[in-house]
Design a protein around this ligand. Structure first.
Ligand code: NA7
Length: 535
């Protein structure tokens, strides 16, 4: 766009759940909007994460948009926990249903976002050479979108296919007859390992840190299930918005330490049956009291020991490095049982770290060469800030966002950044996004931003940005809340601890999705204390 032509109202970066809804909502509010998406299709992480077994750990009925009643009544989820292809199909359906594609430019990566102080506009440049100007920038980059490729000596010498779970090829990968290695036992490893084991001639799992995982309890949904869910949707959404994690579930009323052993056991059994991440939310003090947390851990350990035939392997699979739930608890379908198979070997990297990778496999410190035809990297992400940092974002006074965040991410309410007026970072640091249902969280953020944009016009202002004190206050609030919980006791990606050299700052707001929503909506209702406005 030549300088001088009419600027857009808003540029949205990313066409995942947050970006798609941003386009829908801002366009509905009468704004001119363009979305840029680096991938060849919409979907964000659900476009990329095509690894076998990829599935959401939030129930499909909850992990879907609430903004349109007809949409939520008409869409039929097939399973309790949707697979990646089903979620992607849903997102494509939403784009088509609301005629969004015409404002989405695919195959286009935003490289620079630079604030022009004289024009009071953002200049957005892409890798296809396009340049546009806009009053507002909405970053919907996703907190888990920048793959972490570990810096293992020789990794690029591997001659066979090397696949990161978050950049999986589109053509289905067939491991039949192959010797496959998987590095990493986080959610992505734990979901893909059972599926790969079924195909491969031999599967070697390279485990540095074991993880807690609970059976998903997935099942197909019947017509009756769907009818019941839909009849109750309004109430389900209401409870979800008040809840800690964005799903309609409440913990037991009493502490894990107040109830009898029998009752505690019964409660854990019930939540184990409910499946997955919910297990860390059976009692209200599981994240604040290590004694309470230990009761959940003991129950979990007993369950896992019963699943694994070889007691020595069972012990290797039991985490000792962090309290249960302080890294996002994983959700599986037969993960621990997979280690009972003859074609699966667990390599304990704590005892014998990876020394190097060569053309034909992985060499561990004990001198073993693990021969491999294919290597899967389930090694996670430079989380929460990784994708933001890849873009050259320059705010007031020529200061880059990377400079602003060099000591760790700093935001006000997880939405505004000091010195970056009219730029909103969705579902990132300072928000509870990664601890919550990302779809409802995206809606919460986008609705807040849309309201703020409308309110800005109403007060006759052009720019809004958080004050220094407001950012300081929010950073401190997030720090205090995190330190009051057990969440800081794990070397997790919440802290950036998985990426060498990153400052250790606990990034998410741990006070709960409902509490967070109340805080940000009250700020809006009170006229945006903590934001400065200018004309
Ligand atoms: P995670 O949870 O970050 O897991 C990454 C795994 O990869 C974890 O087991 C790491 O071990 C391991 N890893 C990373 N680098 C290495 C090296 N260099 N050597 C050996 N092992 C390594 O990523 P996921 O993709 O599984 O899940 C991300 C989120 O997506 C998940 O929490 C859900 O919310 C959805 P470590 O623990 O660092 O010792």
């Amino acid at each position: 766009e030549p300088t001088g032509s009419t600027p857009l109202d808003a540029v949205v970066v990313g066409a995942g759940f947050a970006g798609i809804y941003s386009l829908y909502r801002l366009r509905k509010d009468g704004l001119s909007v363009r979305v840029f998406e680096a991938a060849a299709g919409v979907g964000g992480v659900w476009y990329w994460n095509r690894y076998p077994g990829a599935r959401c750990d939030v129930e499909s009925v909850d992990y879907s948009y609430s903004f349109d009643e007809d949409l939520q009544q008409e869409w039929n989820w097939k399973e309790k926990y949707a697979t990646q292809p089903e979620i992607l199909a849903y997102m494509e359906h939403v784009v088509e249903r609301f005629d969004l594609a015409k404002d989405i430019t695919l195959n286009t990566r935003v490289t620079d976002i630079v604030f022009d102080e004289d024009a009071q506009l953002w200049a957005v440049t892409t890798d296809t050479g396009e340049s546009v100007r806009a009053r507002f920038v909405v970053l919907g980059l996703g907190p888990l979108s920048n793959s972490n490729i570990p810096n293992i000596p020789g990794i690029h010498d591997f001659a066979g296919p090397m696949l990161h779970t978050g950049q999986w090829p589109h053509e289905p990968v067939d491991f039949t007859g192959q010797r496959v290695g998987v590095i990493g036992t986080g959610s992505s490893g734990i979901q893909s390992i059972p599926e790969i084991a079924k195909q491969a001639a031999k599967l070697t799992v390279f485990q540095r840190t074991p993880n807690f995982s609970v059976p998903a309890g997935n099942r197909p949904l019947t017509d009756e299930d769907r009818a019941a869910q839909k009849a109750d949707y309004a109430e389900r959404r209401r409870l979800s918005r008040l809840s800690g994690g964005g799903s309609p579930h409440e913990t037991h009323l009493k502490s894990a330490l107040e109830v009898s052993d029998e009752e505690r056991r019964a409660v854990y059994e019930e939540w184990w049956r409910k499946g997955g991440v919910l297990f860390s939310k059976a009692f209200p003090d599981q994240f604040t009291s290590i004694e309470a947390n230990d009761t959940a851990r003991d129950f979990w350990v007993e369950k896992v020991r019963a699943k694994v035939d070889d007691p020595k392997i069972a012990e290797l699979l039991i985490p000792t490095s962090h309290p249960i739930g302080t890294k996002r608890i994983c959700t599986d379908s037969g993960y621990f049982e997979t280690f009972n198979r003859d074609n699966v070997e667990l390599v304990n990297l704590r005892e014998s770290p990876i020394e190097r990778i060569d053309a034909t496999g992985v060499v561990t410190a004990d001198g073993r060469h693990h021969d491999l035809d294919a290597l899967v990297l389930a090694t996670g992400y430079d989380a929460m800030t990784g994708s933001v940092k890849k873009i050259n974002i320059v705010g007031r006074g020529g200061k880059t966002l990377n400079e602003e965040w060099s000591g760790g991410a700093r935001t006000y309410l997880g939405l505004g950044i000091e010195g970056f007026p009219n730029l909103f970072n969705l579902t990132g640091p300072g928000s509870p996004s990664v601890l919550a249902n990302m779809v409802l969280h995206s809606e919460l953020h986008v609705d807040w931003v849309a309201t703020a944009i409308a309110d800005l016009a109403d007060r006759g202002a052009v720019l809004m940005e958080p004050t220094h004190d407001a950012v300081e206050g929010w950073v401190e609030e997030c720090r205090k809340r995190a330190e009051g919980s057990l969440m800081v006791k794990a070397d997790s990606w919440y802290l950036g601890a998985n990426i060498p050299g990153r400052p250790r700052v606990f990034m998410p707001f741990v006070g709960g999705f409902g509490v967070y929503g109340e805080i940000i909506n009250k700020v809006a209702a009170d006229g945006y204390p903590g934001f400065a406005f200018s004309e």
